[in-house]
Write a protein that binds this ligand. Structure first.
Ligand code: WTA
Length: 656
């Protein structure tokens, strides 16, 4: 396999891990799925009768306007689910809870970074969503028009998503950490008509200038007709006459009555851009019914939801985890979802623990990179707070190293909370491989078993299953409702990226190993996608950013194992002749990447080199660069290397 070292330094320890943690008895006795036998029966049943399985779930979990007539139409690589049915996702997430016993139940509990808080009941959420849907309508947004959201983590971001869903206008949320350039690229790709943003947002005590960034983007986006600006920080921001309007002005006169648009099952709910192995981000397209079912079902069973749960997902809505497990999944189930605006270490390193104590959080869902940071900061921060309300912990985004798993279990979970290590992707829409907390024995570092309805396999390059215990490529062999339908405007790339490796089967881009008990151990990406602090970045996208700087002739970017981030960004750069390889230039190049993409893509290490190692046909040998960056000897074949002295030179070079 090309690169099995993609997931960072935790791989080796993952491979030798063999501790097993059965579900705590008390937890299992109250769980929806409460034994391994029960799980296996469900899985086998779903495998044998997938359409009956998904069809029954769709009737149980979704409120339909018109029932569907066909569960699945599968013409690989295109699936259509629940044909003939109509529904509205916002009505499922909000309206059906806004009357009856959940009307006054908190839908969202929001904590702002400066310390302001808001609790919004389901009844109130319905009014807010309806008002903003009317605001968008007033700006000419109709079913099918794309609305871009570039906002801080405030309730209005969730409200805007749901307002779009109410109208049938696909949203595309762009993470607030992306730059003007990155925002513009995404808006141009999906021809968004309206942009919703804010004056700014708070992050680690500072203001992120969202409106200024948005202005820089909209100048290059002729499709944007209106910009709606939420007042969050009260900073003075210029408003463009005729284009920009304040959220509060528009909402003040909007009616709280807005009928939910009946949508076909296969209508687009949203587009979310993510990094692939080429320079251009991919617009992952998700649909109404399948996505709603996938998120509602998995939130219910993976987090074993109870009516009184207070559920805290720490992801930003700018990423798929925030879409699926802060907004759609929890709200579809009518639970209380906690949303926090800012950094985990502001005003101090106990911020999450304070939120958990203050709001009696019962379920925490976060990322391994955050857990490693908490470990580094020390036990004294969680110890300051009462975490006894917690009953279940989850992780997502990258392989978790057993040390972090054990710390999470002991220090945060007090040894009594099962941990669900959930494997999935922007493309899969919902969790695919994960323990069921009342049923599955957990193993630190393994996402364990596929959920009922999901059929993964570990394959070799020819598409044959590899024997248990051996590494291979992770594929999903049966369609599932929340799978991406295509890439926005680029079906060829969709076919190429996911379906050409194993025709008829979905290729995930991850390496994995299955053990003799059927547990999956995810080994990280085997393509040119990096996973930096749980954020997906494309090496090619960073390379394109670097070579767009006039001093740069050529650039190669690889991941370097990092104890905290999982992977760090290492860039090897050759300069145009006449350019001096100075530290000042390194700084300028790093700043240039931040401007082109955003701070999350800032290279941790930049190394100037005379040339890059290439094959005789001119391909950069990234495998060798990964070894150089990691400071390890290359064990692989170097016979195709054009000039061996390049490698020797790189090995001698200083890091910096
Ligand atoms: C990685 C995030 C190991 C994997 C939901 C995948 C994981 C990529 C896990 C998707 C996990 C996600 N264990 N690796 N539990 N969860 N990954 O699209 O490499 O931002 O392909 O979706 O994250 O990242 P994405």
């Amino acid at each position: 396999m090309a690169n099995q070292s993609g997931g960072g330094g935790s791989i080796e320890s993952v491979l030798v891990e063999n501790r097993v943690f059965p579900p705590p008895k008390e937890f299992a006795s109250r769980a929806q799925i409460s034994s391994l036998d029960q799980y296996e029966q469900l899985w086998d049943r779903a495998r044998a009768e997938p359409e009956a399985f998904w069809g029954e779930l769709a009737n149980e979990l979704i409120t339909w306007i018109r029932p569907f007539s066909t569960v699945l139409e599968w013409t690989p690589p295109h699936a259509k689910w629940f044909l003939g049915g109509t529904l509205n996702v916002a009505a499922n997430c909000v309206d059906r809870h806004a009357e009856g016993p959940r009307a006054d139940k908190p839908a969202l509990i929001w904590v702002g970074e400066p310390g302001d808080e808001r609790t919004i009941s389901y009844k109130e959420l319905k009014d807010e969503v309806s008002k903003f849907a009317n605001v968008l309508k007033g700006l000419g947004v109709k079913k099918g028009d794309v609305v871009a959201l570039y906002m801080p983590m405030v309730p209005e971001l969730a409200i805007a998503c749901l307002a779009c869903a109410r109208l049938g206008a696909p949203h595309t949320v762009v993470f607030g950490g992306f730059s003007s350039e990155a925002l513009a690229g995404r808006i141009q790709d999906c021809s968004a008509k309206v942009l919703v943003t804010a004056d700014g947002g708070y992050r680690r005590g500072k203001v992120v200038p969202l409106k200024a960034n948005a202005d820089g983007a909209v100048d290059h986006c002729p499709t944007i007709e209106s910009v709606v600006v939420l007042k969050r920080t009260d900073d003075d921001v210029p408003m463009v006459e005729g284009r920009d309007r304040w959220w509060h002005d528009l909402a003040a006169s909007a009616s709280a009555d807005c009928p939910a648009e009946p949508m076909d099952s296969e209508d687009t709910l949203f587009i979310l851009y993510t990094s692939g192995s080429t320079g251009k981000p991919k617009g992952i397209q998700h649909t109404t019914a399948g996505y709603l079912l996938g998120t509602a079902y998995t939130t219910k069973v993976v987090f074993d939801l109870k009516e009184d749960d207070v559920y805290f997902c720490t992801a930003d809505i700018g990423w798929i985890t925030g879409h699926s497990y802060l907004v759609y999944g929890p709200l579809a189930n009518g639970v209380t979802s906690v949303m926090y605006e800012g950094a985990p270490n502001f005003p101090d390193e106990a911020r999450f623990w304070k939120i958990i104590e203050d709001h009696k959080v019962t379920i925490l869902y976060t990322a391994p990179t955050a857990i490693r940071a908490f470990m580094k900061w020390g036990k004294q921060f969680p110890k300051r707070h009462d975490l006894s309300s917690l009953r279940l912990l989850g992780t997502v985004g990258e392989p978790i190293n057993p040390e972090a798993w054990i710390w999470y279990n002991e220090v945060i979970g007090g040894g009594r909370c099962p941990i669900v290590d959930t494997w999935w992707q922007t493309e899969t829409g919902a969790i695919m491989i994960s323990p069921l907390p009342g049923a599955t024995p957990t193993r630190p570092g393994s996402a364990t078993r596929p959920l009922p309805g999901i059929v993964p396999e570990v394959l070799d390059h020819d598409g044959n299953p590899v024997p248990d215990g051996h590494g291979g490529l992770l594929a999903i062999t049966q369609p599932w409702p929340s799978m991406l339908r295509t890439l926005w405007g680029d079906d060829d790339r969709y076919r190429q990226t996911y379906w050409s490796m194993f025709p008829g089967r979905y290729f995930t881009g991850d390496g994995a190993r299955k053990d003799a008990d059927g547990n999956f151990w995810i080994m990280g990406r085997v393509d040119d996608v990096l996973n930096v602090s749980g954020h997906r970045l494309s090496t090619m996208e960073i390379e394109s950013a670097l070579v767009s700087h006039p001093a740069v002739a050529e650039a190669a970017v690889v991941g370097k194992p990092d104890d905290l981030k999982g992977q760090a960004v290492a860039a090897f750069v050759t300069l145009e002749s006449g350019q001096d390889p100075t530290d000042a230039l390194k700084k300028a190049l790093a700043a240039h990447v931040v401007k082109e993409i955003g701070a999350l893509a800032r290279p941790d290490v930049i190394r100037f080199t005379e040339s890059l190692p290439k094959t005789r046909s001119g391909k950069i040998m990234r495998r060798l660069l990964r070894d150089v960056a990691a400071g390890v000897e290359s064990t692989g074949d170097t016979t195709t290397l054009e000039d061996l002295s390049v490698l020797a030179q790189l090995r001698q070079g200083d890091e910096g």
